[in-house]
Design a protein around this ligand. Structure first.
Ligand code: ZN
Length: 230
């Protein structure tokens, strides 16, 4: 192979780790498949949008292909100080979304008592699940109500919404109840999707306050460090 071509090729396949000025380590297990995605830009946006105190749990972001993604149909997951995010991204926005969502999960353990301790977000979530159940029932999706009363992640429930109902239709059925189609999946996802909306869509705060007042209150407190044990 011609030397210049070889250098060109090396440039293309190079995956270089980097640290942000704030000490976040970005590690590429696998190369990002889409050339239009600029991870440095994405991470710098994450650091500019999330206040420092909401980033303190995450030490590293690993970009790559993980068996968990294939097994569960996930794009990302959080575990022990590390955000794992897929190297297959449609756009910068797509990657940004995934990462903010996992930062939300990183906060559930240190701030779990604050978020869930008084049961208000859970009550709100269950009322919404009830409302969604009624809408679906009226539209011919007849499932036992008990199926909608488990707040934990349940793969069967996740697939029910994703495949049996389908997110296209769910978007209409859930309008005015849940802000996104993934929000009804579990109590934790209700929190994480709300967190993501809060930071991605500042113009939507009034609407969110109206639709999910309890969740909004908790998110605002997290954001403004009100009543947190920090
Ligand atoms: Zn999640």
């Amino acid at each position: 192979m011609h030397t210049e071509t070889l250098i060109e090729k090396m440039k293309q396949t190079q995956v270089s780790d980097f640290y942000t000025s704030e000490g976040l380590h970005i590690y590429f297990k696998d190369k990002i498949t889409n050339d239009e995605v600029d991870p440095e830009k994405v991470i710098s946006k994450v650091e500019s949008i999330l206040p420092h105190h909401l980033r303190s749990e995450v030490e590293m972001i690993i970009v790559g292909d993980f068996p968990e993604f294939f097994q569960n149909g996930f794009n990302a997951f959080y575990e022990g100080g590390t955000v794992h995010v897929t190297n297959e991204q449609d756009s910068n926005e797509d990657m940004f979304d995934d990462i903010i969502h996992e930062f939300a999960h990183s906060l559930e353990e240190p701030h779990g008592y604050h978020i869930y301790g008084d049961g208000k977000v859970k009550d709100e979530f269950l009322r919404k699940r009830d409302a969604l159940h009624s809408v679906l029932w009226k539209n011919g999706y007849k499932t036992p109500k008990a199926f909608f009363s488990n707040t934990e992640y349940d793969k069967e429930f996740d697939l029910y919404l994703l495949q049996n109902v389908g997110y296209d239709k769910l978007q209409n059925y859930a309008a005015g109840i849940f802000l996104t189609t993934y929000a009804p999946t579990s109590l934790r996802e209700y929190f994480a999707t709300g967190f993501t909306e809060f930071f991605l869509n500042p113009d939507g705060h009034n609407y969110m306050k109206k639709v999910s007042p309890q969740l909004y209150k908790k998110l605002f407190e997290l954001y403004s460090e009100e009543g947190l044990d920090v």
